[in-house]
Design a protein around this ligand. Structure first.
Ligand SMILES: CC(C)(COP(=O)(O)OP(=O)(O)OC[C@H]1O[C@@H](n2cnc3c(N)ncnc32)[C@H](O)[C@@H]1OP(=O)(O)O)[C@@H](O)C(=O)NCCC(=O)NCCS
Length: 333
């Protein structure tokens, strides 16, 4: 007879216990962006909702920003760094192919008992991370730190009229831990790889190795294609996530989608027929699109502004490069 493999006792349920944010010091307005592209403050505001964004300075590295956000999330969760069993970093602007930035974040925090790995799912990465964290806690207990952190400016071409004005830098983090009652619903996730070229790095790293003279690879996107896909497909995904959690739009207190474009957020809000009383996160106005960091930053903003409160029911919806997406319902910390 074969030996039986022991498995850990998981938690009955999982929940987000704390959130923290780090916004880089430097505020960049549309006039500054327009120094490099033929555009205007009015065009950028009308087409995207963005008024300002934060751009990180050299000392505000991924590790530094993530540590600041994570330390706040850990304190808010009422745990210590040693209680963290796993660090998941959602990022696609970590310019070292290896090691994962999550291991640096764990070390900076003093999370000496934690595993650490990065996930690459573009702007959908953070919600992928929360889903993995939730399942990990329910399977084996512990506390999982999920950090969304980006220095989009490291991969931006400031002269590219289709990307330069959209993106910003920053970090947001949550701690996911055990709960007696359900606090994180099932994830609805997927990807349409047939449209992978709609958001992409201009050339792979080996092209730079083989042709050292060529420009540093930058982020490129087909903005209109991404816009159409997000407006038509993501409202369906939002409804599927509500169905999976067994609730309707009227049960929501907050909607915290990826902050890609204010017009996309407004369109999704209309097609989901969200009641007016639902707080809709609009952190994009002052943060721009911070990719993997946008949802935890927006979560921190709706909570600190008082638009939503601890214990509220929120829909989180991330989407972007891949084209990938992930949505779930969660109780706010
Ligand atoms: C990028 C985005 C703001 C562009 O807006 P848009 O309305 O689709 O703009 P279009 O490309 O259709 O161009 C419309 C007009 O604006 C002009 N335009 C394009 N970029 C411009 C800029 N930066 N400034 C001023 N005018 C611009 C175009 O030349 C065009 O002019 P025309 O009508 O005279 O031909 C929009 O497509 C978008 O937000 N897409 C989603 C991108 C995104 O969120 N990506 C991240 C994924 S998570």
């Amino acid at each position: 007879m074969k030996a039986e493999i022991a498995v850990p006792a998981g938690a009955p349920h999982s929940r987000i216990l704390g959130v923290g944010a780090y916004r880089p010091r430097r505020i960049v307005d549309n006039a500054e962006v327009c120094r490099h592209i033929d555009s205007s403050d009015e065009w950028i505001r009308t087409r995207t909702g963005i008024v300002t964004r934060r751009w990180a300075e050299p000392d505000e590295t991924l590790g530094v920003m993530a540590e600041q956000a994570a330390a706040k999330a850990v304190a808010a969760a009422g745990i210590t760094p040693q209680d963290i069993t796993c660090v998941i970093a959602a990022t696609f602007t970590h310019l070292m192919q290896t090691p994962a930035v999550a291991t640096e974040i764990a070390d900076r925090l003093g999370a000496t008992n934690a595993a650490g790995f990065d996930i690459s799912a573009g702007c959908a990465g953070f919600v992928h991370g929360v889903a993995l964290a939730s399942d990990t806690v329910r399977a084996r207990g512990g506390h999982v730190l999920v950090v969304g952190v980006e220095r989009m400016t490291d991969i931006l071409d400031l002269t590219d009229r289709s990307t330069a004005f959209i993106f910003g830098d920053g970090a947001g983090a949550v701690v996911v831990g055990p709960s007696e009652t359900p606090g994180i619903g099932p994830v609805v996730w997927g990807a349409d790889g047939s449209q992978a070229d709609a958001i992409r790095q201009s050339v792979p790293w080996d092209a730079l190795r083989d042709n050292p003279g060529q420009p540093f690879p930058a982020l490129r996107q087909d903005g209109q294609r991404v816009f159409r896909w997000a407006v038509y497909e993501m409202a369906k995904v939002a409804r599927q996530a509500l169905d999976a959690a067994g609730i309707g739009p009227g049960d929501l207190d907050a909607f915290i989608p990826h902050q890609a474009n204010e017009r996309i957020i407004d369109s999704m809000t209309r097609s989901m027929e969200l009641p007016d009383r639902v707080a809709v996160a609009k952190d994009i106005v002052t943060s721009g699109n911070t990719s993997g960091a946008s949802i935890p930053l927006a979560m921190e903003a709706v909570l600190s502004s008082g638009a939503a409160a601890s214990g509220d029911t929120a829909l989180l919806l991330g989407y972007g490069a891949g084209l990938s997406y992930a949505a779930l319902v969660a109780t706010l910390p």
